[in-house]
Design a protein around this ligand. Sequence first.
Ligand code: NCD
Length: 320
Amino acid sequence: MSFRARHLLGIEHLAPDEITTLLDLSEQYVDLNRGDQKHDTALAGLTQINMFFEASTRTQASFELAGKRLGADVMNMHMAASSLKKGETLIDTALTLNAMHPDLLVMRHPQSGSVSLLAEKVNCAVLNAGDGRHEHPTQALLDALTIRRSMGRLHRLTVAICGDIAHSRVARSNIHLLGKMENRVRLVGPPTLMPTGAADWGVEVFHDMAEGLKDADVVMMLRLQKERMDGAFIPSEREYFHRFGLDAGKLAHAKDSAIVMHPGPMNRGVEIDGTIADDINRSVIQEQVEMGVAVRMAAMNLLARNLRAARSNADAGVMV
Ligand code: NCD
């Protein structure tokens, strides 16, 4: 087993063999989750705290289910009702929680870098469930598992990531992961939604869907993230759909075998046509959700192993 990370803060600092280890373990959990007996004991005795400072359906539910299936005590903090509303800083909240001896802290926060800051202040494993527009590592890992299972491999594929790249942590984590696994990544979207400097990330940039999707193996659509926009980035949703929304005509430029992905939540009729999203021959959007539980089980299992090893080394050190 090679997985050395102490925290899962992003894909940027993971090595390819760590990614493969995590995906291989996830496969076992896909099988477990499909059976009647969904319990394992990998996290038995451990405490997992979920802190979501931003709305979440899939990510929070799957982290909760993943922890419960592995036998952890799982607590969901209701951040809207927490002391942060009373003016307590994130760090004070973290130190308060740390005093309760959690083993795994899962956090989603609107500010980029906030999850790394938390990891410096606590002595448990920290998992990034999305920080601002920075990273969303478990999303990229579940996307990778979905691609590997659908395409039979996770290398030498042409992956077109389309839409609102500028505001997307999903895009950033996927660019890191797909690049590390030696795939060809294309970013497709209007110039207003393309981050400055994107051309230096080892990707190809397109502003036209027909060109960007040409012969692609994977078409990954992103949501227009209006909550992170502080102005008008598109002329209108109708115009956006016309130029960048995925419909049958644009998808025809990709390979016949191409799969369609979306991290959810979807804006049907804005970035994706509902009939494409629901087409079971092309869309793997429901598989992505299924893989999300397995990948989060694997990530927490591997981090818990490293945490236990670090703690027993520290104990041995004390006794010497
Ligand atoms: C993504 C997120 O929160 O970054 N969603 C998710 O985790 N499933 C993408 C999005 O919100 O558009």
